[in-house]
Design a protein around this ligand. Structure first.
Ligand SMILES: [Zn+2]
Length: 300
């Protein structure tokens, strides 16, 4: 018996070793495979963003349709004016071009979340947004993430000040990064402090949003760039702000054309340490500079 057991063990051991060896080899190969540059995922083009202008010439708002091209799963951001947004979506949903999954709101103001009730009549979907948004069903916490389709990862960033329920949404798909900023950050400017303080806007812009990678593209809630840069050039006349001015003069739409890195250069509200901005406001503490800039912009 003993001899037999020993013989069996000595026979079995190599089989286990072979199996273990094969497993290790496969693991090694799969790791090497994933590290081989030619097999690295290429920059994804799967996230498709369609801007839907609303109240052009007055509010100049944007709703944004974001689609994961692979699964066709989609979300609509701030569809505040259903007569302008629904026809675009109906065509796409009825043809099967998109699977609309949810409505996302950046904050509760009527020109962002005011279309929810009407929208739900056609699309009874979950509403993700700030706590005061009409009919909201899901209020993501700061830093909370969720996905759209297979590849779009969304992170909610609380940025209270314009309203206390303001949320910016970072969308990532492979190497592509965009942020929907509602009325917190505009190209070359920021929203009014209706429910918050200069300290809160300083934190929202210069801590929360400034911490995003510099190549994150900015999609704000309004096309306000011309007015913002008109104010900005009064404060500083740097090359980046002159470039923004030229771009705004030549282009009706500026959303998605500038990044967080660009904003750090041409947005006076993100340059509170700049001696030129400090001199223009007569303040040096960043919170005081922020407050003074907003007052000046409100009066401009
Ligand atoms: Zn607003």
């Amino acid at each position: 018996m003993n001899i037999l057991r020993t013989a069996r063990q000595s026979f079995r051991r190599p089989i286990y070793q072979v199996i273990a060896g094969v497993c290790l080899s496969l693991l090694f190969l799969s790791v090497r495979h994933s590290l081989t540059p030619s097999h690295k995922p290429t920059t994804s083009r799967a996230m498709h963003i369609q801007s839907i202008p609303m109240w052009e010439g007055s509010g100049n708002n944007y709703a944004y349709l974001v689609v994961d091209d692979k699964t066709k799963d989609a979300v609509i951001i701030d569809p505040a004016n259903p007569p302008e947004v629904l026809p675009v979506l109906k065509e796409k949903t009825s043809s099967g071009a998109i699977n609309l999954k949810s409505i996302i709101n950046t904050h509760h103001h009527h020109d962002h979340a005011g279309g929810n009730v009407e929208f739900l009549k056609t699309y009874p979907l979950p509403i993700i947004g700030g706590r005061d948004c009409s009919k909201v069903t899901k209020v993501p916490s700061h830093g909370e993430t969720f996905t759209i389709g297979d590849s779009i990862k969304v992170k909610a960033l609380h940025t209270p000040c314009h309203t206390q329920d303001s949320i910016c949404y970072l969308f990532e798909d492979g190497d592509e990064k965009v942020v929907f900023t509602g009325d917190t950050l505009f190209i070359g400017g920021c929203g009014r402090f209706f429910e918050g303080t200069p300290e809160e806007m300083h934190k929202a812009l210069n801590e929360t949003l400034a911490a995003l990678p510099d190549d994150t593209k900015v999609y704000p809630g309004h096309e306000y760039t011309k007015g913002n840069v008109k104010f900005g050039v009064k404060i500083m006349q740097s090359e980046p702000i002159k470039k923004l001015e030229a771009f705004a003069d030549a282009n009706k739409q500026t959303q998605g054309k500038f990044t967080i890195g660009d904003e750090k250069l041409h947005n006076v509200f993100m340059r509170l340490d700049d001696p030129v901005v400090q001199k223009a406001t007569g303040k040096s503490n960043p919170i005081d500079v922020m407050g003074a800039l907003r007052e000046m912009k409100n009066k401009s």
